[in-house]
Design a protein around this ligand. Structure first.
Ligand SMILES: [Zn+2]
Length: 218
């Protein structure tokens, strides 16, 4: 029995497993990322190469997380708990290979002002020029991505940086197999940012600006 079938059997003990399977390890992914494809009855898992040496009980948790998304079912297992605990600790040993002078300066300002410099610098990069998704934090890669749409607005970069660093610091709550990222505590902390309401207004304006440009070209 391969690891995909094993993960499936533990998740759905009453169901028959009649799929083809394939696992690819790739060096192209961000560290510890993964995705799943399902085509003509074949389940293909693409995992970043770092997963190769991870304990198989944790890997089963990862695969089960992907399987419940694939089969759109709600399940919660011990392996999934192990996987989530693993992901939460990952940031301490993920290699720090990506940075950018503008984002590093922003990180240092925000870390100093709001976190007493206790947060370890994550990977930092500018992503696509998105006006709706202005930032994200990947636990698995310990990577903060800031939209290139903010490239020239250092104040907004700092505000979004603060939001993403709150994710790194407070992580997520897991309840009944669902992950909660923007908890009440998170929202409370978010409002502690100086002029947070003004910053929210400016982000809203930025989104509207984009839709105007979009209309102009239509
Ligand atoms: Zn968020």
């Amino acid at each position: 029995m391969n690891i995909i079938e094993e993960s499936f059997k533990r998740l759905y003990p009453d169901r028959e497993f009649n799929y083809d399977t394939q696992i690819n390890y790739s060096g192209k992914f961000q560290p510890f990322n993964a995705n799943v494809r399902f085509r003509s009855n074949k389940i293909t898992l693409n995992l970043s190469k770092q997963w190769k040496t991870v304990d198989s009980e944790i890997k089963i948790g990862l695969i089960q997380e992907m399987l419940i998304k694939l089969f759109k079912s709600k399940k919660h297992t011990k392996n999934m708990d192990m996987y989530n605990t693993f992901i939460k600790k990952l940031h301490t040993f993920v290699p720090k290979t990506q940075s950018d002078p503008v984002l590093e300066a922003s990180f240092n300002r925000v870390n100093n002002k709001y976190f007493s410099n206790i947060i370890e610098q994550p990977n930092l990069k500018f992503g696509q020029e998105s006006f709706t998704k202005v930032g994200s934090y990947s636990y698995a890669s310990d990577l903060i991505t800031i939209s290139s749409a903010l490239k020239h607005d250092y104040e907004l970069i700092d505000y979004v940086m603060y939001h993403e660093l709150l994710h790194k610091k407070h992580q997520f709550k897991n309840k009944n197999g669902r992950n909660y990222h923007h908890t009440t505590l998170f929202r409370k902390k978010e409002k502690e940012y100086e002029n947070s309401e003004l910053m929210e207004e400016r982000l809203k304006r930025l989104k509207k600006q984009k839709s105007k440009i979009f209309k102009f070209f239509n």
